[in-house]
Ligand binder design. Structure first.
Ligand code: HMG
Ligand code: MG
Length: 302
């Protein structure tokens, strides 16, 4: 089993994690969360999204949050931009990377961004072009690469199709997302293989929700293919308002514990990461969804 020596993590808790929270979370708390993630050694953080506040009210403070984050050299902050309007607003906040987000299933595309897959690509194309002209990196998130809450199982060919479209408009790297966490290792590997028809290994990342408790196993399966970029969420926060029943992303603490145990370097300080998870869990008034976070905290208390 040949595993990568280094793994690059993007913590998506401020965006994927908090977008799903019904209770309002203040901009100050979001800013402190990002600062704590930076302090723990995360060098890529998905901060917010420039989507319609009617669709996702929790992200309405996007500009305020971006403006409040002390920018550190070597740390890349990314934001979601579904269309030109979102991109124009995001541009003022100087993100290091923007994320266009599409789906491998038609039904999810309609529910999530109110257009077909083909229409989404038409919308993304000028955004991708303008971002690259402005020197901003472009990532593409691909939802429902294993299963869809509306269409059920999604064939790898659908994933390859979307990856090809993303590549054709100049997206530089893509996230293979198991939006509703139904994937098991072989199925996730098939989605990654389909993506690798169009993107190089260095351009592909895993984004696994943990609804069925398979996300760490799926992470290991991706590592075995040589994938070394992953998204995860501190305290296991996350979910998509348009994927009912889907729970959080795999917890960053749990992924870091797995990786360090395998001798894979991440640049992340697990103790400071656990502190960041404890901070946001306390702000939300509930225990962390991270098994490692809970274990470290109870060991400290003992
Ligand atoms: P729409 O209603 O089709 O947009 O929404 P529209 O162009 O017809 O405009 C309608 C109204 O929305 C107008 O306002 C626009 O100004 C406004 P009105 O005149 O009615 O007052 N509007 C906007 N406002 C702010 N920012 C914008 C924007 N665009 C239009 N960018 C839209 C289309 C895409 C905007 C909508 O469907 C939307 O906001 N969807 C967001 C869905 C979302 O955020 N989902 C969660 C993120 S994806 C995810 O979690 C999955 C991921 O984690 C990977 C995985 O796990 O699968 C990435
Ligand atoms: Mg997600």
């Amino acid at each position: 089993m040949k595993l990568p020596a280094h793994v690059q993590l993007i913590d998506v808790a401020p965006r994927d994690g908090l977008q799903n929270e019904k209770q309002p979370v203040s901009a100050a708390v979001k800013i402190e969360l990002v600062q704590r993630l930076q302090a723990a050694g995360l060098t890529e953080i998905e901060v917010t999204s420039f989507v319609s506040p009617k669709w996702v009210p929790q992200m309405a403070d996007n500009a305020q949050v971006m403006a409040g984050i002390p920018r550190l050299p070597g740390v890349s902050l990314s934001v979601l931009t579904p269309n030109w309007q979102g991109f124009e607003a995001a541009l003022k906040c100087q993100p290091n990377e923007i994320v266009v987000f599409g789906a491998a299933s038609e039904a999810f595309s309609q529910k999530n961004i109110n257009c077909s897959i083909a229409q989404s690509i038409e919308r993304f194309a000028p955004v991708v072009q303008a971002a690259r002209d402005a020197g901003i990196a472009v990532r593409g998130a691909m939802s429902c690469t294993v299963g869809c809450p509306y269409e059920g199982e999604v064939a790898p060919q659908r994933v390859a199709y979307l990856a090809g479209l993303m590549k054709s408009i100049g997206v530089q790297r893509v996230d293979v997302a198991d939006t509703i966490g139904v994937g098991t290792p072989r199925k996730v590997q098939a989605a990654l293989e389909a993506t690798l028809q169009h993107f190089a290994l260095d351009e592909v990342s895993g984004h696994f929700h943990d609804t069925y408790g398979q996300a760490l196993a799926n992470t290991l399966a991706a590592l075995q293919m040589g994938v070394w970029n992953f998204q995860s969420s501190v305290a296991g926060l996350g979910g998509c308002p348009y994927a009912k029943g889907a729970t959080g992303n795999v917890a960053t603490e749990d992924v870091v514990y797995l990786l360090h145990g395998l001798g894979i370097e991440t640049g992340i300080d697990l103790d400071l990461l656990v502190d960041a998870g404890a901070f946001i869990s306390q702000a939300l008034g509930r225990p962390s969804n991270s098994r490692v976070g809970a274990a470290v905290l109870s060991k400290r208390a003992a």
